[in-house]
Design a protein around this ligand. Structure first.
Ligand code: BDP
Length: 721
């Protein structure tokens, strides 16, 4: 035996061991060998070579490289890349410019695939077989390559492969709330990925890995700076850095967008005003936009937070949001750039119910925005709470393009400690019927443009990524990034399907592992609701960092009434909840009559939104027959019990998972149990002062008096300045 052999064997063993120590960096793109040997052999037997169009543009080169890497990992074979099919079982990437494609793929399929979609098809050919990835544009080939690899990773058969898939929404974006000093606002996964000081010369390999992850989900853009914007990003030295990032992202079809600080003409332009109707201001933005496009020819556009939470905006000059948005839209229009103008507004001078204010401010501006302006609306009217009804602004602007903004980072759902799989929450929003164009006008149809205006359509997710090795802080929070991307591509996908895909891609096909993790994911958001803000309670978290309970937060603890908790729960001796019916703020009137009828009646209002819409006496009889107080207590207890069940479920997988990932999640679930108990005890002790009722049977009493909870101050919190 050659002396090299044992060394080789040792090396192989060592690399196998490293494979098993898993830090989560590879996300859902693991490409571990297909565990089922028969299946692996079957796949390998049906993939002989990769055929790509000659002089492939960079995105197609990415597709090719991805296929090579994927096949190598999954099948353990080096699949050659060729320019012309030479063998049976070739995998062929083709566009309709290849004449023979027209003979095989119908016009209708090509139309369905559209600008970015793809067709995957296994065909019989000259006595053998081919696997086709066909798309109208290069980008579609990239998405098709990822889809084929996902198909294999999910263990699906190749023989009958035949599908057409196209995104329903055109601009599928992450929004990063990243500051230029690399702090991430509401970020719980380390620092910002963008290393501004080192750019443009020094480029982290992570940029490529990041863009590749986006492309694997079909995300095609990213806003890399915080909505609480810094005008410096628009200066020449920073634009050079942005251009370097754009260059890294481009081969993955990911376009860059920036946040624009409305006062930039003053702060970096030396003007005296940023008045949108001042010609000098308009000229400044035109020049700035021209400069941006010189550096970044495929720049996507601006995202703007204006006159919101202290940000500058057109109202500083007594102009409207439309004036402000149109100013930027006109500058971007020659380049097909867009403006995403956020509707997250509530004024310090306005004492109207905060959840009504966006409609009050934006409703009258309907139809006044340019065609390349999209008003970007958070899913709920308040602020990414664990549960809110959908934002009524989605039905108040029939003549305006509207985008949905979802929050992937778990600002109000336990940050990177608690498990909360958000697909079910986003489904609630996307499926909600606004009735704006008659029955069936879901939010999804408003956003994708099928209900009204067509272009451009946008969906945005506030990112949960950072420099942590596993990208998202909590390993299982990768599922939220994944879910957002998949829903952005296809907003009809069921939560169950998304969870199942993600679990299999991340943990493999051990059915016990898969069913256990799927179950954990699918119930987890409701669990967080139960122990934090059940029955329609909202905004009762700690002030500032927003982690943990703070139902006692009042004006002594927060700068504005609508930043307190007492504003939202209004607990008193006679009951709890915010009356948003006609006898109260009448926020309900902003919804369609169908919703008014359902939500406006105490008897028909779903209990999960009860205290959002109604003020309810403590002894109100709930559907269970129990008084409200007892029900509330039992919900908090249920939340705690459910976290304990999550821990048991996870522990049952100990022998089936690698130690690194097992321990990572186990530690977080243990901490989550403590946090759930903390929420329950703090909230129930606090509310009990008003209800003056005992805890019902089955609810564990708090270990400490209320003062213990109210006096706790958390410092140095991640994601909070
Ligand atoms: C709130 C966050 C704050 C954001 C704001 C926004 O607490 O950090 O700046 O939303 O969306 O949820 O503008």
């Amino acid at each position: 035996m050659s002396p090299i052999r044992p060394i080789l064997a040792l090396l192989t063993l060592a690399s196998a061991l490293t494979l098993h120590a898993d830090d989560g960096y590879r996300l859902w793109l693991r490409y571990d060998p297909v565990a089922d040997a028969a299946r692996r052999a079957a796949y390998a037997g049906t993939i002989s070579e990769i055929v790509i169009p000659e002089s492939a543009p960079p995105v197609v080169a990415s597709a090719r490289d991805e296929l090579v890497t994927g096949f190598r990992g999954l099948l353990g074979v080096e699949v050659p890349v060729v320019a012309q099919a030479t063998r049976d079982n070739a995998v062929i990437l083709a566009t309709p410019r290849d004449p023979w494609i027209a003979a095989i793929i119908s016009e209708a399929d090509l139309r369905e695939a559209g600008v970015e979609g793809y067709i995957l098809r296994r065909i019989a050919h000259e006595g053998g077989h081919r696997t086709l990835i066909v798309a109208n544009r290069p980008q579609g080939l990239l998405y098709g390559a990822f889809a084929l690899l996902r198909h294999l990773q999910l263990g699906q058969p190749l023989e009958k492969l035949n599908l057409v898939s196209a995104p329903k929404i055109q601009r599928r974006l992450l929004n990063h709330w990243d500051d230029m000093n690399r702090h991430v606002e509401r970020g719980y996964a380390g620092f910002s990925l963008w290393e501004w000081f080192y750019l443009p010369e020094i480029r982290s390999p992570r940029y490529r890995d990041y863009a590749r992850a986006l492309a694997s989900l079909g995300l095609n853009g990213t806003v890399i700076t915080n909505v609480n914007a810094n005008a410096q990003i628009l200066t020449a030295p920073y634009l050079a850095k942005v251009a370097a990032l754009a260059q890294e992202f481009r081969p993955w079809g990911v376009r860059i967008y920036l946040t624009a600080r409305f006062s930039a003409p003053i702060e970096i332009g030396g003007l005296k005003t940023a008045d949108p109707l001042d010609p000098a201001v308009a000229a400044w933005w035109q020049d700035k936009v021209a400069e941006i496009y010189r550096a970044i020819p495929d720049f996507g556009g601006f995202l703007v937070k204006a006159n919101s939470e202290g940000q500058p905006g057109p109202q500083d000059y007594k102009r409207t949001h439309a004036d402000g948005a149109n100013l930027l839209a006109d500058a971007l229009q020659p380049y097909n750039g867009i403006v995403m103008w956020r509707a997250f507004v509530y004024s310090p001078e306005n004492n109207e119910d905060r959840v009504k204010q966006a409609v009050t401010e934006f409703g009258p501006l309907d139809g006044k925005f340019r065609q390349n302006v999209i008003v970007q609306i958070k899913n709920g009217p308040l602020d990414f709470m664990p549960r809110e009804p959908f934002s009524p602004l989605f039905c108040a602007m029939p003549n305006t393009r509207l985008a949905a903004e979802l929050q992937i980072t778990q600002e109000y759902l336990g940050q990177s400690i608690d498990l909360a799989f958000l697909a079910p929450m986003w489904r609630e929003v996307l499926d909600a019927d606004t009735y704006a164009n008659g029955k069936g006008t879901t939010i999804a149809s408003v956003v994708d443009g099928s209900a009204k205006l067509q272009h451009p359509s946008v969906i945005a997710g506030v990112a949960n990524t950072g420099t942590d090795r596993n990208w998202t802080g909590h390993l299982l929070a990768q599922a939220n990034w994944y879910a957002f991307g998949r829903l952005a591509w296809d907003h009809q996908l069921a939560s169950e399907k998304i969870a199942d895909e993600w679990t299999r891609l991340t943990f493999g096909h051990d059915e016990t592992v898969v069913s256990t993790i799927n179950k954990m994911l699918l119930g987890s958001r409701e669990t967080v609701v139960n122990y934090s803000m059940p029955l329609g309670l909202t905004h009762i978290m700690a002030e500032g960092h927003h982690y943990g309970p703070g139902p006692w937060v009042d004006l002594k603890g927060a700068g504005r009434p609508d930043w307190t908790s007492v504003y939202y729960h209004k607990a008193a001796a006679d009951g709890i909840g915010f009356d948003r019916t006609a006898t109260g703020s009448n926020a309900l009137a902003q919804y369609a009559p169908e919703w008014q009828k359902l939500w406006g009646n105490l008897e028909t209002c779903p209990e999960n939104l009860l205290l959002w819409f109604h003020r309810v006496p403590w002894d109100h009889k709930m559907k269970s027959g129990r008084p409200l107080w007892d029900e509330l207590c039992l919900r908090y207890q249920q939340g705690v019990d459910e976290v304990r069940a999550l821990r048991r479920d996870w522990d049952s997988l100990k022998d089936r998972l690698d130690a690194e990932r097992f321990t990572h999640v186990a530690q977080r679930l243990a901490r989550q149990e403590k946090e759930a108990i903390h929420w329950r005890d703090a909230c129930l002790l606090y509310f009990q002062q008003f209800s003056k009722r005992p805890l019902p049977a089955g609810v564990e009493p708090a270990a400490q008096p209320l003062e213990h909870y109210t006096s706790q101050i958390l410092r140095n919190m991640p994601g909070h300045r």
